[in-house]
Design a protein around this ligand. Structure first.
Ligand code: ADP
Ligand code: MG
Length: 211
C-alpha cells in the first residue's frame, strides 16, 4: 500500500507539559483512520504539527515524498494535507460561493476574479459532496452540517490527499453524522485518506478502517 503520511518519533512539550511522547504512525492512500484518545492526550497537537502550525521538538514527518522535521502550513497544504477544524474556518458573512472560491483564487494567485467562474467552481465543488444549497446563501445562515460540507468541498478544491477532521461530529445530529460517514466513504473511494479525530467509540467503529 502507498504510504501518504508517516509520523516518526515525534516529541512535543509545552513548558513542563509533555504533550507528545515518541509518537509514530503511518497513513496509507485511501484509508480511513481514527485518532483516538482522551481529552488532553495530544490529538490536536499532532494534527497541528502535521499541518505545519506547530513545530515538534524532535522527530520527523513524511508527507508524500517529502520528509522534514518542520513543515510550514503552505508546504503541508501543497503536499495535500487539509484540516477541517471544529469551527470550519468559513467567513460567516460571505456567501457559500465566495467562501468556496476565494481559497481557490488565492492559491492559484488570481487576484481578479470573475463571478461567473466563481459560481462554476463553487457549484462543481458542492456537487462532489452532494450538497444542494443556494450559492448565494450566507455562510452564517447554514446549519452546522451544511457548513461542514462547504468546508469539505473547499478541501477538495485544494487537491487534498489527506483530510483531517478534528472532533468533527461534536455539533451534529445522528442523521447528519450518518451523512458525514457517507461522504467520508465517498472520499475514500476517490483515493483520499481521512483522519478522523474522535473519542466516541460508536462513530470510530462506523467511520474507520483502523484506529
Ligand atoms: P487533545 O486534542 O487530545 O484533547 P491537545 O493536543 O489539545 O489534546 O493537548 C495535549 C496537551 O498539551 C494538553 O495537556 C494541553 O493542555 C497541552 N497544550 C496543547 N496546546 C498547548 C499550548 N498551546 N500551550 C500549552 N499547552 C498546550
Ligand atoms: Mg483536540
Amino acid at each position: 500500500m502507498d504510504t501518504l503520511l508517516k509520523v516518526m518519533n515525534i516529541n512535543k512539550s509545552f513548558g513542563g507539559v509533555k504533550a507528545l511522547s515518541d509518537i509514530s504512525f503511518e497513513i496509507y492512500k485511501g484509508e480511513k483512520v481514527s485518532l483516538v484518545g482522551e481529552n488532553g492526550s495530544g490529538k490536536s497537537t499532532i494534527i497541528k504539527i502535521i499541518s505545519g502550525i506547530l513545530a515538534p521538538d524532535s522527530g520527523s514527518i513524511t508527507i508524500g515524498s517529502v520528509t522534514k522535521k518542520v513543515f510550514t502550513p503552505k508546504e503541508s497544504i501543497k503536499a495535500g494535507v487539509q484540516v477541517i477544524y471544529q469551527d470550519f474556518s468559513l467567513y460567516p458573512n460571505l456567501t457559500v460561493c465566495e467562501n468556496i472560491a476565494n481559497g481557490y483564487f488565492l492559491s492559484n494567485k488570481k487576484f481578479f476574479v470573475s463571478y461567473k467562474k466563481m459560481q462554476e467552481i463553487a457549484k462543481e465543488s458542492l456537487d462532489k459532496v452532494k450538497l444542494n444549497i443556494p450559492l448565494k446563501a450566507i455562510a452564517n445562515s447554514l446549519t452546522t452540517a451544511q457548513r461542514q460540507m462547504v468546508a469539505i468541498s473547499k478541501c477538495l478544491l485544494e487537491n487534498a490527499k489527506i483530510i483531517i477532521m478534528d472532533e468533527a461530529t461534536t455539533a451534529l445530529t445522528q442523521k447528519e453524522i450518518k451523512n458525514l460517514i457517507n461522504i467520508i466513504e465517498g472520499l475514500q473511494s476517490s483515493g483520499i485518506s481521512v483522519i478522523f479525530v474522535s473519542h466516541k467509540i460508536e462513530e470510530i467503529k462506523a467511520v474507520s478502517d483502523r484506529c
